[in-house]
Design a protein around this ligand. Structure first.
Ligand SMILES: Nc1ncnc2c1ncn2[C@@H]1O[C@H](COP(=O)(O)OP(=O)(O)O)[C@@H](O)[C@H]1O
Ligand SMILES: [Mg+2]
Length: 218
């Protein structure tokens, strides 16, 4: 093993195997390994930007390609360029179009900045354990909540980037109810972090949409 990644749910290691770097992900939940391996296999086969899965230990662990690059959470908080909003919209539209479901799409799930690596000017998605059927707005509301509530929170640059992400996604695929989904994600984050100021932000989004966040709630 070379090192362990920061992760809350599972044990994730960078390792060297057959001369190249790869990632070993050891799951806490038994059924998750097989599901994540199968989804990576399908998504990688369709040419989506996800790691190539290499090996599966059923019910336990997967081995996958290591994606070199910068974690998107660090990058966006240092340099919130509008390019990131455009490329994220394209990543999600590509993923959602690849997996339509009965009444919506297959969501990425756990749509937070930490679950993307920025490589060669594009985001690469990792962590599909919480993938499930749903409406595209759930993924988009969650990633925008992650953008806005990581440090520094609610900056003008991040609001512009979020607006651009939504508009660009809507040029590529249908998206309804994203502001409700964002408000819901803000409430969840408020609850998890015990940070009531985020509840005020959720109310502003409900009343005025994303533009409501340009106001100071205090
Ligand atoms: N294939 C990969 N290439 C590069 N980094 C990865 C890869 N898989 C995971 N990571 C890094 O490891 C972290 C934890 O992995 P993740 O699959 O998100 O585990 P968890 O389910 O515990 O959140 C990710 O946030 C990412 O930074
Ligand atoms: Mg993760």
């Amino acid at each position: 093993m070379e090192s362990r990644f920061d992760s809350k749910k599972n044990l994730v290691y960078k390792a060297r195997c057959r001369g190249s770097l790869c990632v070993l992900k050891w799951f806490r939940r038994e059924e998750a390994a097989d599901r994540e391996f199968a989804l990576l296999d399908r998504a990688h086969g369709l040419g989506l930007r996800v790691p190539r899965p290499l090996d599966l230990w059923p019910g336990r662990a997967i081995l996958m390609e290591f994606i070199p690059g910068e974690n998107l959470c660090d990058l966006i908080n240092e340099e919130p360029s509008l390019q990131i909003g455009l490329r994220l919209a394209e990543w999600y539209a590509g993923f959602h179009k690849a997996f339509p479901s009965d009444d919506g799409v297959l969501l990425k799930g756990d749509s937070i900045l930490r679950n993307f690596v920025w490589r060669g000017g594009s985001p690469w998605g990792v962590d599909f354990e919480e993938s499930r059927p749903g409406k595209p707005a759930e993924d988009i509301g969650e990633i925008i909540c992650s953008i806005l509530t990581t440090d520094p929170m609610f900056t003008w640059e991040k609001l512009s980037l979020s607006r651009l992400l939504i508009d660009h996604y809507q040029r590529l695929a249908p998206l309804e109810g994203v502001e409700d989904a964002l408000a819901w994600a803000l409430r969840e984050t408020a609850r998890r972090r015990r940070e009531p100021s985020l509840l005020a932000r959720a109310c502003l989004v409900e009343k005025m949409g994303l533009e409501g966040l340009a106001e100071d709630p205090s």
